[in-house]
Design a protein around this ligand. Sequence first.
Ligand code: WTA
Length: 646
Amino acid sequence: MADDTLIAVKEAIASTAKVDEAKRRAMAERATSDPEGFWREEMRRVAWMREPTKIKNTSFEGDVSIKWFEDGELNASVSCLDRHIEAGRGDQVSILWEGDDPNSDSRTTYRELHARVCRLANAMRRLGVRKGDRVCIYLPMIVEAAVAMLACARIGAVHSIVFGGFSPDSLASRIQDSECTLLITADEGRRGGRKVPLKTNADEALKTCPSIRHVIVAKNTGTAVAMQEGRDLDWAALCDREAEICEPERMNAEDPLFILYTSGSTGKPKGVLHTTGGYMVWASFTHDLVFDYRPGEIYWCTADVGWVTGHTYIVYGPLANGATTLMFEGVPSWPDSGRFWQVVDKHGVNIFYTAPTAIRALMRDGEEPVKKHKRSSLRVLGSVGEPINPEAWLWYYRVVGDERCPVVDTWWQTETGGILISPLPGAVAQKPGSATLPLPGVQPALVDGDGKLLEGAAEGNLVITDSWPGQMRTVYGDHARFVQTYFSTFKGMYFTGDGARRDADGYYWITGRVDDVINVAGHRMGTAEVESALVAHPKVAEAAVVGMPHDLKGQGIYCYVTLVAGEEPTEALRKELVAWVRKEIGPIATPDAIQWAPGLPKTRSGKIMRRILRKIAANETDSLGDTSTLADPAVVEELVENRVGR
Ligand code: WTA
């Protein structure tokens, strides 16, 4: 696919798009030349209890300080609930829930959601949860997840959601890091016809979490679970006796809204901290522009609320904009691979947002499961989480969208709070595989390894040179790590960790991570986390983990394992290690390949040369590069010889 293939859909829908090409250009210019004026207007998208007079106060230098709307006051739950009810939209559906079981669904109006949020918020206050306290949420994709988030926001508690697929260990370390005092979970989750034992996992995790005082347990599957007297409380029994109104806490724009743990190159996952004002403005602004959202439309993002995409584009963005947001408990392949399109037809979905890994998996099953469903309600298609290859893009566009719907390939990160680079439907001509242009207010740039800015068409490290309202403010409890991770590689710039190419039209093509983070089926993982899980096994002496190309998942997990002296590399042990990593981190970290490595390629100073390991895993053994600096070059030959899949 040539770079300059522009998809004509832009012309087809430009006449009806809310933001057309000229308007987008004008917005982008204004946001750069007069950010104060631009954001002073855009901030009105959220409901302020006290309107800010100070707009932007940010510095990427020195200690790095990012403040937006710093003298404003608001409550995120009011923007998502109360004001829609006040505007007469209380009876509109806020959350349209579709269960794992195709026969189960539910509709919660804005009024009902408000009442449920207030009841839980009151119950939490009664349990002693106060503004600034951290609350961990470990829930499946049920309405209660959104209720719990908004109830935290209502009383100023900081939520920290842990994806339901994470292990007890992963849950425990996240609870410990931010010293959560309350955990909100459910008996079990459901996914693809199977059950996930959330409460049992939580009980295991809580053995090492002394900060937790109470656990609120939602009944979901109804299975009997152990309830610890004095600690565990039944959600329904707790909330039934609470009032349906709850005074919202007045929050400063820079008070924390949530923490979300994400993987980096080194060490344990970091607690990415987002604050209230800037995040909410960014969530509303980007959801509105990128999806060309119109009142009354049914909007569906297939992510899980355990990831940032679920935070911003299932809950905060759509609810701030008064949308009907579809929340899906299930998986694309169950009961069959037509499930997405069956749900689209069932609920008349207009805007659909998913991940390339799902598209690639569905592509494999051919067009029939798609064509069996009408999909005539679809208007905009979105993609997020990893680079989308042009083949998958075109399949999405042609087969799913019948060449009618623009595809918005949205590039962003947990750290960015919301979308930074994406086409706007009808305003930006698309090129399959390119995230295209920055949104108004976003200033990306490419730099070489020395931090030199690259002009025009170029390839390099993707940085952002100035702040935008949705940017993360710090790493929870470790500001030095924040500065070190994002602002020390290239002075005065936010470093994304991604590589990108910019073509002659100024379009960005994200090439993937340039650090030791891998992206497995749209899930972000630090190779260091998998390595530390492996070396925790008593038979493992050393491990090195790299990403390898994978047809469906984008990247797979390739592990080189050195056993302790005297241990035999057997098939049984290989299986045991795979199961071990799943247990330590969670099923999303299941290794795809384990290679027994009697030795690892190291420099004379003992540093593992990952570049070589990546090449071997990718079967690019002709281009291993210079191995002369290795302490023992023979190690490489041995590894090439015994590559998994050779
Ligand atoms: C990758 C998910 C290419 C990228 C929202 C980024 C993408 C990481 C795209 C963040 C895209 C996300 N094209 N790559 N459209 N979207 N990525 O924090 O490597 O889970 O750095 O946030 O996903 O993953 P995270």
